[in-house]
Design a protein around this ligand. Structure first.
Ligand code: NAD
Length: 464
């Protein structure tokens, strides 16, 4: 029952100023399909869906930067709209013999500065609006840290925690096949995100390579090192979070990294690496939560032990010597640094006033809502904005892509040195712009990034 699929490929505006088209429908694999007219996505977000909330936040952040830069209307429309959106529905055979149809997405927000780049998310609440928001943030992140990529994101609405490894592999190989109309080393390069990892990238790389008849390592980043992945990629996002915390602690609080205390929400790709590297640097990490609950220890947690405990038990809860803690209490802990490394929309106007940390490090994308930003700013909390804080992942993804193109691999020392230099250069630019323009670091980060993308779009001009 291998049904034909129904991808809907919509081009909504080119990379150039004022080039917005509406409802241009590309050829589809499963026959002709009418695509909905494309207005500016997210203009009327439903307050109920987390994805719509994320898109509203992304649009509000863009609007604030566009106002600050006094962008003209044509450029605003161009940069606010997603360039391409692909929706696919495809069947996967489950272990019990049933066939289930899944929905997946890939959104390329803007490719003025280079091929589209961004992760793939497997999560039950993933929807088109969430992917649009995440794709837009990728555009700004790549521009801020000056890697030659545009922004993209993708995902499948599914619960990988409730699926077997075989089911996830089957879903991944079919989704990769559906994405082949867009992805490739020169066009669009996926990477891991929530619910996906190096193994997922290996299956995508293998699927695309089987179809082409030769290995195509550069089609994804975040692969295992054994098949062309980069040294340092697994920890790169967490490492970047730690570098930006060190920089902000020194610059804004005047204290060395080893002197700070921290709490971390999320213990996955980003949260685990951040907590472990903070611990390694001498930071007292007193609390960590994940989706199953959390642990607290005032004297500091043994993070490497918790990693092993999690691998064996699948939960943090019950780790010897710890007390249970939930997100609500974690957000209100009296620590120097609160790291958010789970999902969007965690700190809102309702709980922002409870944050007592002096630095809020956004390891996750969009964890703080625009309303919460105002409260945090009033309370003197220094927010390291997501497009800076978690950019270590895309920086080392860029290094992986370069290494794949050259078939020449770099040492961990070279990679780590270049990561540190790239993210700290961007951090310095953000703090300096914030001080010079009298704006908060998030607006400064977006202003720098939007300005760079606008410049690229203007230089390329309108096609045709
Ligand atoms: P992941 O799936 O590896 O980990 C997510 C973690 O969040 C898990 O530990 C999960 O248990 C936890 N979590 C989920 N819901 C939670 C809740 N309600 N309370 C507490 N914990 C909860 O995902 P990841 O790759 O670590 O991504 C985390 C965030 O970082 C996302 O916003 C992602 O977009 C962003 N990000 C990831 C990368 C990367 O390289 N993987 C790069 C940049 C940004």
């Amino acid at each position: 029952m291998n049904k034909p699929t129904t991808p809907v490929l919509v081009a909504a505006g080119g990379s150039a100023v004022g080039a917005q088209r509406t409802a241009t429908v590309a050829p589809t694999l499963g026959g002709a399909h009418a695509a909905p007219a494309v207005a500016t996505p997210g203009d009327c977000p439903s307050p109920r869906s987390p994805g719509a909330e994320a898109l509203a936040a992304a649009n509000a952040q863009f609007d604030a930067a566009a106002d600050h830069l006094d962008l003209d209307e044509g450029m605003r429309q161009t940069l606010r709209s997603a360039h391409r959106e692909l929706t696919v529905r495809f069947p996967v055979r489950l272990d019990d013999g049933r066939v289930k149809v899944f929905t997946g997405y890939r959104v390329q927000h803007n490719v003025a500065r280079g091929p589209a780049k961004g992760g793939l998310r497997y999560h039950p609440s993933t929807d088109l609006d969430e992917v649009r928001a995440l794709a837009m943030w990728m555009t700004w992140k790549c521009a801020l840290v000056n890697v030659p990529f545009g922004g993209a994101k993708g995902g499948v609405t599914c619960d990988p925690r409730a699926m077997s490894p075989r089911e996830i592999e089957a879903l991944t190989r079919r989704f990769a096949t559906e994405l082949e109309v867009l992805i490739g080393p020169d066009s669009d390069i996926p990477a891991p995100d929530v619910g996906t990892n190096a193994q997922t990238m290996a299956w995508i790389m293998d699927t695309v390579s089987m179809h082409r008849g030769y290995p195509v390592p550069g089609v994804v980043t975040g692969k295992p090192v054994a098949i062309g992945g980069s040294n340092g990629r697994a920890d790169a996002t967490g490492q970047g979070v730690v570098y930006t915390i060190e920089e902000a602690a020194g610059r804004r609080l005047g204290i060395p990294l080893a002197g700070v205390t921290a709490a971390v929400q999320g213990f996955g790709n980003v949260g685990e690496a951040t907590a472990r590297l903070l611990h390694q640097a001498g930071v007292r990490v007193v609390a960590i939560t994940d989706i199953g609950g959390g642990v607290y220890r005032a004297e500091g947690l043994d993070v490497p032990f918790l990693r092993r405990f999690m691998q064996e038990r699948g939960t943090l809860v019950g780790a010897p010597g710890t007390e249970p803690i939930d997100n609500g209490h974690l957000f209100g802990l009296d620590v120097d640094v609160l790291v958010l490394a789970a999902l969007e929309g965690q700190i809102t106007a309702a709980n922002a006033g409870k944050v007592r940390a002096r630095i809020l490090a956004e390891g996750a994308n969009g964890p703080t809502t625009p309303d919460a930003d105002l409260v945090l700013h009033d309370n003197g909390v220094v927010v390291i904005p997501d497009i800076l804080c978690n950019a270590g992942g895309v920086i080392v993804s860029y290094f992986e892509w370069v290494q794949n193109r050259e078939s020449l691999f770099w040492t961990p020392k070279i990679i780590n040195g270049r990561l540190r230099e790239a993210i700290l250069t961007a951090a310095a630019a953000v703090w300096e712009r914030a001080d010079a323009d009298g704006i908060d670091p998030r607006r400064a980060a977006h202003a720098i990034a939007v300005q760079r993308v606008a410049e690229a779009a203007a230089l390329r001009g309108l096609y045709p």
